[in-house]
Design a protein around this ligand. Structure first.
Ligand code: H79
Length: 443
C-alpha cells in the first residue's frame, strides 16, 4: 500500500475517533426503531388535488404530472407558499407521541422544488417563497432536542422542473433525448451534498423511482454519502443495492422476509395533501399493520401530508396518537423485536383461487401475530380466542406467561408435547391488540 493511502485511511479513522462502522453497527438503530414518520410536503399541498377547478385523480404530489402543468405555471405556486402555521416542534412531538423513532421528509420531490435553503438551485422554499424560512433546519433542531432521527427523501432521478431531469415530457420531451448526467452533476448531486453537510446527522437518504439510473450514476451518490456521513443509510430505490430493501408503496409482504427492509405506507390514499381524500385507515388497522410488518422482520414508515398552511390533518394526528398510546403499553414487543419463529398464523395460499396472473391467491389470517426477543415470545391477539390461547409447534419451555398490560398477573400455562395452552382473562385488555408475553427456556 502506498504511504499516502495509509495516511488518508488513518486520517479518516482518527477523525471519526473510532473504527469504521461495521454494517451490523450501522443498521443497529434501524433494527430497533421499527416505526418511522414519513412526511410528504411541498408546493403540491396548495392545489391539494385540484387544478383549475378540476379534481385531478391519483396521488396529490403527482398533480403537476397528472394535469401536465407547465413548469412556468407550476412555479407560480412558490410565490403563494406561506405555511405560517408550521411548527417543527409540534411535528416532531407528534412522531414522538406516535412512538415513532425516525422521520423522513421530502427535501425535494419529483416536482423539483427544494423544501430547504439550497445554494444549488434558487427553486427552493427560502429563495422562492414569501415564507423564506428553512423548515428542514427547524426540523433538524427539533429532532435533535427530542432525540428522533431525521432522514431525507430526495427524488434523484425524476425532476419535472429541469430540462434534463427525468419525467417531464410535456415541457421537455422524452427522457432518452436528455443530458441526464448534466442534471445529476448540476442539481441532484450538489443538493444531496448540501443535505448531508448542513443539517447535522442524517439517518438515511430515501431515494425513489430510479428512472435512468445505472450502476455508475448510483455509485456517485453512494460515494458521496460514504464520504460525508458514513453512518447514513441508503434506501432500496437508488438504482443499485442500498443498505436495506424498500418494499413497494403500501406493499406488505405475505411472509417473513430475511434482511433489513421497510414498507412505506399512507394513512389515507395520497402522500402529499389532498383535500378530498378522507379514506383514513383506522387505529385498529394501523396497529395490525405495524405488528404484521414487525412479525415479518420489517420496519413501517407511515406518511402524513401536511397542508399548505403547515398543519398535519387532524385525522392523521388522532390515528397516529392512538397507535402511540398502544405502543406505550406494548412497545417492548415492537422495538428491537425479531420476526415470528412460526409462520402458519400469517395465512396460506388458496390453491383453488387464482389472481389475474394465474397465481394462487394468498389469504392472510388475522387472528394473531408473534414477535420475538431472546427468551421471549410476544403473541399479539387481534381476535380474542376466548378462555385460552392455544399454540402448536413450540419446542421451548414456557416458564412464565402474562399480558404486557398487567405484568404481575401471571397466567396459567399447560404444555403437553408441543402443544401450549395459556389461560386468558375473559375480555381483551386492549381493543387494538392484547399482547401475551411468554418467557421461554430452551429444552
Ligand atoms: O413519494 C411517493 C410517491 O409519489 C412515489 N413513491 C412514494 C413514496 C412514487 N413515485 N412514483 N410512484 C410512486 C409510482 C407512481 C404511480 C402513479 Fe401514476 C402516479 C400512479 C398514479 C399516479 C404515473 C402517473 C402512473 C400513472 C400516472
Amino acid at each position: 500500500m502506498k504511504l499516502s493511502v495509509v495516511c488518508a485511511a488513518l486520517a479518516v479513522c482518527s477523525l471519526a475517533g473510532a473504527q469504521p462502522l461495521s454494517q451490523d453497527a450501522k443498521m443497529k438503530w434501524f433494527r430497533e426503531a421499527k416505526f418511522g414518520l414519513f412526511i410528504h410536503w411541498g408546493l403540491y399541498a396548495i392545489p391539494a388535488g385540484e387544478w383549475k377547478g378540476q379534481a385531478i385523480p391519483g396521488i396529490g404530489e403527482w398533480i403537476m404530472n397528472r394535469a401536465k402543468i407547465p413548469v412556468k405555471e407550476y412555479e407560480g405556486l412558490a410565490s403563494q407558499f406561506n405555511p405560517v402555521k408550521f411548527n417543527a416542534d409540534e411535528w416532531v412531538k407528534l412522531a414522538e407521541d406516535a412512538g415513532m423513532k425516525y422521520i423522513v421528509i421530502t427535501s425535494k420531490h419529483h416536482d423539483g422544488f427544494a423544501m430547504y435553503g439550497s445554494k444549488a438551485s434558487s427553486y427552493n422554499i427560502v429563495d422562492a417563497t414569501p415564507f423564506k424560512r428553512d423548515p428542514i433546519k427547524e426540523l433538524a433542531a427539533a429532532c435533535a432536542r427530542r432525540k428522533i432521527r431525521l432522514g431525507f427523501y430526495y427524488s434523484q432521478a425524476q425532476d419535472w422542473h429541469e430540462p434534463n431531469g427525468a419525467g417531464n415530457s410535456w415541457d421537455f420531451g422524452p427522457d432518452d433525448k436528455k443530458d441526464f448526467d448534466q442534471y445529476l452533476r448540476t442539481k441532484a448531486e450538489p443538493q444531496v451534498r448540501e443535505l448531508l453537510s448542513g443539517y447535522g446527522p442524517v439517518c438515511l437518504i430515501w431515494f425513489d423511482t430510479p428512472y435512468l439510473m445505472n450502476k455508475e450514476r448510483s455509485q456517485r451518490f453512494i460515494d458521496m454519502v460514504h464520504q460525508l456521513q458514513p453512518a447514513t443509510l441508503i434506501d432500496g430505490r437508488l438504482g443499485s443495492a442500498g443498505d436495506y430493501r424498500s418494499m413497494g408503496d403500501n406493499a406488505i409482504p405475505n411472509n417473513v422476509v430475511e434482511g433489513y427492509w421497510e414498507v412505506p405506507a399512507t394513512l389515507n390514499r395520497t402522500w402529499g395533501y389532498k383535500k378530498d381524500d378522507n379514506e383514513w385507515k383506522t387505529p385498529e388497522d394501523l396497529t395490525f399493520k405495524l405488528v404484521d410488518i414487525v412479525s415479518k422482520g420489517g420496519n413501517y414508515l407511515l406518511n402524513v401530508g401536511p397542508t399548505a398552511e403547515g398543519v398535519i390533518p387532524q385525522p392523521s394526528q388522532t390515528n397516529l396518537r392512538a397507535v402511540g398510546k398502544w405502543l406505550k403499553v406494548n412497545g417492548e414487543a415492537i422495538y428491537g423485536a425479531g420476526p415470528t419463529p412460526f409462520g402458519d398464523e400469517l395465512g396460506a395460499t388458496d390453491k383453488t383461487r387464482t389472481d389475474k396472473n394465474g397465481r394462487p391467491v394468498f389469504v392472510p389470517a388475522t387472528a394473531w401475530r408473534c414477535t420475538t426477543k431472546p427468551g421471549r415470545l410476544y403473541i399479539h391477539l387481534f381476535k380474542w380466542p376466548g378462555a385460552s390461547f392455544e399454540l402448536n409447534g413450540l419446542k421451548d419451555k414456557v416458564i412464565k406467561a402474562y399480558l404486557l398490560s398487567n405484568r404481575r398477573g401471571t397466567l396459567k400455562v399447560k404444555q403437553v408435547g408441543d402443544k401450549l395452552t395459556v389461560a386468558l382473562p375473559r375480555q381483551p385488555a386492549d381493543p387494538l391488540a392484547t399482547v401475551l408475553a411468554l418467557e421461554t427456556r430452551a429444552n
